[in-house]
Write a protein that binds this ligand. Sequence first.
Ligand code: HEC
Length: 177
Amino acid sequence: MNKMKLVLVLFALASGLAACDKGDSSNTSSNASAESSGKMIDFVTTQDSKPLKIDPALFDTPAAKEFMTTGKNPYIGNAEAIAKGKKVFQLYSCTQCHGPDAKGQVGPGLTGPDYKYPKDATNKGMFETVWHGTNGGMGAKGIGLMDPNDPKNGITPDELLKIIAWVRSMSNVTGNE
Ligand code: HEC
């Protein structure tokens, strides 16, 4: 009798585990399902590490959505995105302060590996720094923050990821580890 029960329990356990297995593998094999779950990672400001709220609707491309949920920059190493990022870097005058090769001018170099804000060695950290600005002389560049009088002015998340991909292409830091 006891033996019979044990067999039944084992059987139930085994089929339960098999079901779990299936669920897991279908989740992990698809990035799309992680994206569509839409859960935003916790962004923090570089000034004081307080929570940084960004409207999820601004993450409006597949790459931006992936970044929003993983903190990884899908444009690293993508030649097309890097070329676009270089243009946006010039467009928003980053060049004036950080130099045409991001090696520094009035502002510090951005190629690392050592940063004033150590978190800038990660793509999430650099995103937060540029989006919301620093304590020591750089204003926020994120859309809606750059110019309080013009909510449409500023860099979109997708543009910022391309800028970062370009900056990383000038350096040995990839930032996605
Ligand atoms: C008006 C000059 C100016 C402009 C324009 C500017 N920056 Fe900066 N940036 C600075 C200064 C100054 C610092 C150092 C701030 C500090 O020490 O807090 C800085 C810091 C940074 C850092 C942090 C570096 C570190 O060592 O941690 C990053 C990243 C950065 N800037 C990226 C950008 C990008 C990208 C743009 C264009 C969208 C941009 N900056 C535009 C002046 C500027």
